[in-house]
Design a protein around this ligand. Structure first.
Ligand code: SF4
Length: 180
């Protein structure tokens, strides 16, 4: 059994895969307590893998995004295998503080000040809160994004990127178009 906050079908709003339809599996709970956390992930329902995979199989999209909270608290190699057996492309959004199955297809790491233990990252997505983000530039990833904090400081992020063009802008587009 795994504790699930919600499962929903929508478009990825942020980062490299912005605009891509995907089934989101939001796991309950997190090992960090960020002051700016805007995801009400704490509640949850216990679901069997059979129930979860039934929802996954019903979804027409090829992509499944494991998110939270912190999804690494709940997943295993065997869980990823089940998703792959349904023909799904498996993405994860993690704070990077815990190991994850190596078979996951796309790894988005949003570091939150705690040490990152991941050896493979596809995109780093840093919420810009005014703290020094340059330590995250050295994380071994293909893409490095800065994202406004809850859509509040977009101009500050734009200004920072123009001065530090190593970074790219990620917007929470789902909030602008008011979808989940
Ligand atoms: S790591 Fe993410 S989900 Fe966890 S408390 Fe911080 S912002 Fe919230």
């Amino acid at each position: 059994m795994r504790k699930i906050n919600e499962i929903f079908y929508s478009l990825q709003g942020e980062g490299f895969h912005t605009g891509m339809p995907a089934l989101f599996i939001r796991f309950s709970g997190c090992n960090l307590k960020c002051p700016f956390c805007d995801t009400p992930h704490e509640t949850g329902t216990w679901m069997s893998d059979e129930e979860i995979m039934r929802r996954v199989a019903e979804c027409p999209a090829q992509t499944v995004i494991l998110t939270g909270g912190e999804p690494s608290l709940w997943i295993s190699d065997e869980f990823i295998d089940q998703l792959h057996n349904l023909g799904k492309y498996v993405c994860i959004e993690t704070n990077g503080t815990r190991p994850i199955p190596t078979s996951i297809d796309w790894v988005t790491c949003s570091p939150k000040g705690a040490p990152v233990v991941l050896e493979r990252i596809d995109e780093v997505k840093v919420v810009f809160t005014g703290e020094d983000v340059e330590p995250y530039a050295s994380l071994p990833a293909r893409y490095h994004y800065l994202q406004p904090c809850s859509c509040q400081n977009t101009q500050a992020v734009v200004d920072y990127i123009l001065e530090h063009p190593f970074w790219r802008l990620s917007l929470q587009t789902h909030k602008y178009i008011q979808i989940q």
